[in-house]
Design a binder for this molecule. Structure first.
Ligand code: NAD
Ligand code: UD1
Length: 335
């Protein structure tokens, strides 16, 4: 299939581009480079052993997207493009809704005009809000606690309406848990343009000495060591999940929400220790107060993805840490 990846040079989009190419698909990367760099395209071409096509642009440019969909004879779209920093979304909600919600509306209009009705959307475990029970399955009630989360929820609900309006649509909302790690080549990985907000990229920079210590947000949670627990999932497993979702949509119309997680949670300190073992570096930590909006424990019931997509996360925590460390070292040696 010919697949358009909005946000295709970003962290998850770039890894998914490799897995789709390996599965025999043709990908077109579309991105405004607000949180990624064009050099990712060369890296991807190096890994794939063939040139991948990149088009610079913004999902808010509806006419441009419509032209691309036709010019490249796109069969399906994976919509990664969006802003994802929770704290920024609280400060600049309009920017978040414009990018995430308005961007998706434009994309849907363009897809309707071009009669392309297969869409995989990057959703998030954030749509579950504060968990009522664990592990979290897809029937768990949804809610939002910040504008970023609300933008994901609005989009999911919009997509549900779109699928109910026309039975030709095939839409998968993949609810990612905590993607970490990098491609085994170390050529691509998570490389935010600003200071990382998320744990793993920050941890990797402490290991290189770029930051003196990791600030652990709270050690008074009701968990084994008092630190927050999350379902970390290797980005290459996540990438494979997208390939499986596209296969699934070939046979299934309508709207589908599917968790992509491992089903197992690790605490912040467990991740720190795994990273120390993988990198051979000491990670100084400092406990500070909880981060506003953080939940204590979050991990997936991933049985729906296993049953419906025939997909399971295969890579372990050591693999996640080793690949993230390899990428960080390569990035630093080049700068
Ligand atoms: P990322 O920032 O690395 O990738 C997003 C890409 O989209 C970037 O390359 C950015 O330049 C691009 N982009 C942003 N706005 C755009 C626009 N208006 N037009 C065109 N391109 C635009 O983030 P990621 O981690 O790869 O996340 C991809 C998607 O997955 C996002 O929608 C994010 O909300 C979602 N998600 C991510 C995580 C995570 O932990 N990384 C978890 C759950 C959901
Ligand atoms: C965060 C977002 C979530 C979003 C996801 C992916 C918040 C509140 N949640 O998830 O909405 O979908 O990123 O973009 O921002 N931690 C530290 N020190 C750090 C960084 C993190 O102790 O410097 C802890 C956190 O408290 C948490 C764990 O590490 O317990 C994971 O944090 P993070 O990587 O930011 O992911 P989430 O908070 O789960």
């Amino acid at each position: 299939m010919n697949i358009l990846l909005t946000g295709g040079t970003g962290y998850i989009g770039s890894h998914t581009a490799i897995e789709l190419t390996n599965a025999g698909h043709h990908v077109l990367l579309f991105d405004n480079l607000s949180n990624s760099a064009e050099k990712v395209v060369e890296r991807l071409s190096q890994i794939a052993g063939k040139n991948l096509t990149f088009v610079y642009g913004d999902v808010r440019e509806a006419e441009k997207i419509r032209k691309i969909l036709q010019q490249y004879q796109i069969d399906a779209v994976i919509h990664f493009a969006g802003l994802k920093a929770v704290a920024d979304s609280v400060k600049a909600p309009v920017e978040y809704y414009a990018n995430n919600v308005q961007g998706t509306i434009n994309l849907l209009e363009a897809m309707q005009l071009a009669d392309i009705k297969t869409l995989v959307f990057s959703s998030s475990a954030t749509v579950y809000g504060e968990p009522d029970y664990l592990p979290i399955d897809e029937s768990h009630p949804t809610s939002a606690v910040n504008p970023y989360g609300r933008s994901k929820l609005h989009i999911e609900e919009m997509l549900k309406d779109v699928a109910s309006s026309d039975s030709e649509w095939r839409i998968a909302c993949l609810r990612y848990f905590n993607p970490v790690g990098a491609h085994q080549s170390g050529l691509i990985g998570e490389s935010p343009n600003d200071t990382p907000n998320n744990l793993m990229p920050f941890l990797a920079r402490v290991a290189t000495g770029a930051y003196p210590e990791l600030k652990v947000f709270g050690n008074d949670y009701p968990t084994s060591d008092g630190t927050g627990v999350r379902d970390y999932i290797h980005v290459m497993d996540l990438a494979e999940g997208h390939v499986a979702a596209l296969e699934y949509l070939k046979e299934h119309r309508g709207w589908h929400a599917i968790n992509l997680g491992t089903g197992r949670g690790y605490s912040v300190l467990e991740l720190v220790h795994a990273f120390e073992a993988a990198s051979g570096q000491n990670i100084p930590v400092k406990f500070i107060s909880r981060r506003q909006g953080d939940v204590a424990i979050c991990y997936a019931d991933s049985s729906k993805a296993a049953a419906e997509l025939n997909w399971r996360a295969r890579r372990d925590l050591a693999d996640m840490c080793m690949s993230a460390w390899l990428f960080q070292k390569k990035t630093d040696s080049e700068s």
